[in-house]
Design a protein around this ligand. Structure first.
Ligand SMILES: Cc1ncc(COP(=O)(O)O)c(C=O)c1O
Length: 460
């Protein structure tokens, strides 16, 4: 139990006027208002209707290339019906924790189906993928343990590392040499857990699992793979990167989320019976939160069945993915080392990434820019991601619009594009078509990356 801090002297002597004003930062915060004033604010765009590959915003139809609905299942009528059926049977919510009154038969069914699908002994549902990472990392590690964490891991992992008692050791993105270097320096008798995204959510590249697994074995480390962007996408029947590489038996913990290819929300971890039995009695964000709503659970169960019964969806997703990788490259865009439907379009300058995304929206394409700390400083991107349900017509139109805007904004001649990552102010130019931009700083919603959070965590 955490001890309460003693006040240095009786509270009565604390003059109220001296108290730090907690809301000062709120009053002074103007980043979002500045961006809005200049017409570049890309966040919280309101969707009035969704058809999956198309959405309606402000009464206008846009091609959606900013979603993780990889298999187009979020709008599948069979899943919507399964969600309605579950609601009719169990109600709108479970109104309690799994531990107490919140376990319904659909939860158990889904856990069993997931474990069977992934070839694991057991699975445990969490209310979000974020909670799954946080809950598992906090429950499984102790103060003398070490978590070895890829620098480009998702924010939920970084957050989990901050909540967990173990020490965080970041290693260079996808580098087994860096990982080995770190492992070498960890005290022999300490516990070690290596954690990585299966497919990295910004760069779209795949974890180089086989050598990582070898290193883990050599140094007695536990392997934990976050398959958020790989389930339903990579591996036989979409079973994820651990199956793609044939290392399922060497990875002790596989985590996943339903907020991507399952088209819903919620998350899970999977592993041995004893691991799951322990986590379900120890993870605070499993115990002290309400369980997944019946609609979500019923819908995800149906999505899992469809995913297995209709492999043509995954084939279509990859056909579209290959087309877009080639299409963007042939226009001249740099798409990094992506190996997935996540295609990061390098812009370089943060201001131009915002301008680019705004012009896309005006031309009928919904995509979101990602800036530091979501990506490396000076390597701003427009993050695009593709679905099995995009038509050739959608994709050709997207490529034409990207080419047109790149010409219009001079993207390929911009020094921030030709020499990305140079550590300088990436807002040091004007955007004349909007009346001249000075500094526009808006933090990315997904501040998941190798940025301030991670450094804060490291210096803990
Ligand atoms: C790699 C990764 N892990 C975990 C999560 C969190 O998942 P959820 O949306 O279910 O909280 C995300 C979501 O963006 C993710 O990209």
């Amino acid at each position: 139990m955490k001890a309460f801090t003693r006040l240095p002297f009786p509270a009565i002597f604390h003059p109220v006027a001296m108290a730090r004003d907690l809301f000062k930062k709120c009053r002074e915060y103007s980043d979002s208002a500045d961006a809005r004033a200049q017409g570049f604010y890309p966040y919280f765009r309101c969707i009035e209707q969704s058809y999956g590959n198309h959405v309606v915003c402000g009464g206008e139809e846009k091609i959606m290339i900013g979603s993780n609905n990889y298999l187009g299942l979020a709008q599948d009528p069979r899943i919507v019906e399964a969600a309605c059926e579950a609601t009719r049977k169990f109600g709108a919510g479970c109104t309690g924790s799994r531990l107490l009154n919140g376990t319904i038969s659909l939860h158990n069914e889904l856990e069993e189906a997931l474990a069977a699908f992934l070839g694991r002994e057991s699975a445990l549902l969490f209310s979000t993928g974020f909670f799954a990472n946080q809950g598992a990392l906090a429950a499984l590690t102790e103060a003398d343990d070490f978590i070895l964490c890829d620098r480009e891991n998702h924010a939920s992992i970084i957050e989990g590392c901050q909540v967990a008692p173990a020490k965080l050791v970041p290693y260079r993105h996808n580098s087994v040499d860096a990982l080995r270097n770190r492992l070498k320096r960890i005290p022999e008798d300490s516990g070690r857990l290596i954690i990585m995204d299966g497919v990295f959510s910004m760069s779209g590249d795949m974890a180089d699992l086989p050598p990582m697994v070898e290193a883990a074995k050599e140094y007695g480390a536990i392997m934990y793979v976050d398959e958020a962007h790989s389930l339903g996408v990579v591996g036989p029947q979409g079973r994820g990167v651990v199956h793609h590489f044939g290392v399922n038996d060497d990875v002790e913990i596989v985590m996943g989320t339903f907020s991507k290819s399952f088209g819903s929300m919620g998350g899970f971890i999977s592993g041995s019976n004893e691991l799951i039995e322990f986590v379900k009695h120890k993870a605070r964000c499993f115990i002290f939160t309400a369980s997944l709503a019946p609609a979500v659970t019923g819908g995800v169960l149906k999505a899992l069945q469809i995913m297995q019964a209709e492999p043509e969806r995954i084939e279509m997703l990859w056909k579209n993915t290959r087309k877009m990788h080639e299409g963007f490259k042939s226009i001249g865009f740099k798409i990094g080392s992506t190996q997935s439907p996540i295609v990061p379009i390098l812009i370089g300058s943060e201001a131009k990434a915002f301008a680019f995304a705004q012009r896309l929206f005006e031309e009928g394409v919904f995509a979101i820019p990602a800036i530091y700390p979501a990506v490396r400083y000076g390597e701003a991107i427009v993050r695009t991601s593709f679905m099995s349900t995009h038509t050739d017509e959608d994709l050709d139109k997207v490529l034409d619009i990207f080419a047109k805007i790149a010409r219009e904004l001079g993207t390929f001649d911009d020094p921030a594009y030709t020499e990305p990552g140079r550590r300088r102010n990436v807002f040091d130019f004007a955007l004349p078509q909007r009346g001249g931009a000075e500094e526009v700083r808006v933090d990315s919603g997904d501040s998941s990356r190798n940025g301030s959070e991670l450094h804060a965590a490291v210096s803990r």
